[in-house]
Design a protein around this ligand. Structure first.
Ligand code: BG6
Length: 486
């Protein structure tokens, strides 16, 4: 709702990689919607940059196309798009050479917040950061924003952090994990720390286990080259699922400040036990009908011998007082039956059943749904309504945010929130350098483990629910995955 929008200070946002896919699909439409809703005005400017020689007018017109194609359907008018694109400028620069930088510098104002958004390949991060600092284009108040992947392993993440810190202080560095910008991810913190109901039960005495699922229905078409060197562990677990795990498992921070929250997340990562290979299931989609249609992962990746996983499930233990004895099962994969991301917290059964013979007591499950249909559901056991004596049945206490809070309007894309947080100078939803390194320090030995054994991922049917090994991983503990798309 417009009334809830707090305008931000005037800014110059420089978008490197302005003609790239992420800029077109996400960043520029996100900025447009924030403008449309009144969060910033015509005192703000967005300066696109890339190697391509474009005029400002061409960049405006490309951006207008991107908004029409990828923006949300909220009755956008041509006038609104024109008003937004009037804020755009463009400067071609050579990230590794001298060309264009002087003209680019001349476009920046001294009295506006300066933010440099590097929506470029990670191999350019250091060159651009160095150039910004050495030319004085970046001031001590400027912010630098980096897209994932942030490193490929611990050593590369450390090298990148060290290179950035030569030119920027940690308080200026915004490492994006777009999962942190999702509405329900923040709601998880509100649920845990703004309600007195859950936190007393939020430990291994009351919680049997937790399942974190990020299932995608799409494959890696078009991104095969990047993905084949990465796989689900690096692409999703080290960052997105790790963040969900941290927010679920962390201790209450004393304050909702960036470092208080991030300190607690780092402690969770550091408490993770090394994961043995026996607690991991890796899979690779093989297309439909047993792989006959040419739509397998290997086809999409263009690598007929690929051993990269497009699916992974892991049993993870947080070795501390709160969580000892409560496993976290993580799974993520491509080409699964349905797109669904959720955190499901399984509470222990009541210690004693007084209703013997009246039906099953269904253990409480709190499901925090990130997408689709953001919301929270609590599975409970109730009396089956009506006559017939005491019969028990399961029922959901269901709160879908769109139903419950219709006045909050259209769902905000994660990038909208994150970019505005950069301008506001709020780092709470961005990863700190030590946090990223801790996550790699945990992930590296896991990856090295399967590289050593040489075990290929297990094939699974596209459109299904993942490889059989993943079922075994949880069944052998006497537990079951929640259905994907059932
Ligand atoms: C990206 C991954 O970070 O997140 C992609 O690189 C993945 O492989 C995407 O598809 C998922 O994001 P979302 O917001 O669609 O769940």
């Amino acid at each position: 709702m417009v009334s809830r929008v707090i305008p931000v200070e005037p800014f110059d946002l420089v978008l490197f990689g302005a003609t790239g896919d992420l800029a077109r699909r996400k960043i520029l439409p996100a900025l447009f919607h924030r403008f449309q809703i009144g969060q910033f005005n015509t005192e703000c400017r967005i300066i696109g940059s890339s190697r391509s020689e474009l005029t400002a007018e061409e960049f405006r017109s490309q951006t207008a196309d991107a908004i029409r194609e990828f923006g949300q359907d909220v009755g956008t008018t041509p006038e609104e798009i024109a008003a937004f694109t009037a804020l755009l400028d463009y400067a071609a620069v050579d990230a590794r050479g001298d060309a264009g930088w002087e003209e680019f510098q001349a476009k920046l104002r001294d009295d506006a917040v300066r933010a440099f958004y590097l929506s470029v390949g990670p191999s350019l991060f250091t060159d651009i950061a160095r150039r910004l600092s050495q030319t004085g284009i970046a001031t001590p108040q400027s912010r630098i924003v980096l897209e994932k992947p942030f490193g490929h392993d611990l050593a590369s993440a450390q090298a990148l952090n060290a290179a950035l810190r030569e030119h920027f202080e940690e308080r200026q560095i915004y490492r994006i994990d777009h999962y942190l910008g999702k509405e329900t991810v923040q709601n998880l913190m509100a649920l845990r720390f703004a309600n007195s109901l859950f936190e007393p039960l939020w430990n291994s005495s009351h919680i049997d286990h937790v399942q974190i699922t990020v299932a995608e229905s799409i494959g890696v078409e078009g991104r095969g080259e990047y993905y084949d060197k990465s796989g689900a562990m690096r692409d999703m677990v080290q960052n997105h699922l790790m963040q969900l795990l941290c927010l679920t498992a962390m201790e209450p921070p004393a304050k909702f400040t960036p470092n208080a929250v991030r300190d607690e997340k780092v402690k969770v990562i550091e408490a993770l036990r090394p994961v043995p290979q026996s607690d991991i299931a890796r899979g690779q989609y093989r297309g439909t009908n047993g792989g006959k249609k040419g739509d397998s992962y290997r086809d999409h990746a263009g690598n007929a011998a690929s051993r990269t996983e497009s699916y992974i499930a892991l049993k993870v233990e947080v070795a501390n007082w709160r969580w000892a004895g409560t496993p976290f099962y993580l799974r993520t994969g491509k080409c699964l039956r349905e797109r669904v991301s959720e955190i499901a917290v399984y509470f222990r059964d009541p210690p004693h059943n007084i209703f013997e013979g009246s039906g099953t007591v269904h253990g409480n499950v709190l499901v925090i749904r990130l997408q689709p249909d953001e919301g929270i559901t609590l599975k409970t056991t109730i009396k089956d309504p009506g006559p017939g004596g005491m019969r028990l049945t399961g029922a959901n206490l269901d709160m879908t945010f769109a139903d419950e809070l219709p006045e909050s309007g259209r769902p905000q894309d994660a990038y909208e929130r994150l970019i505005m947080d950069v301008i506001r100078g709020n780092q709470t939803l961005f990863m700190r350098g030590d946090e990223v390194e801790a996550a790699w320090a945990w992930a590296d030995p896991i990856i090295a483990g399967w590289q050593e054994t040489g075990h290929p991922p297990q094939p699974y049917d596209s459109g299904g629910s993942g490889p059989d090994d993943s079922l075994l991983l949880i069944h052998r503990d006497g537990r079951r995955w929640r259905g994907i798309g059932t």
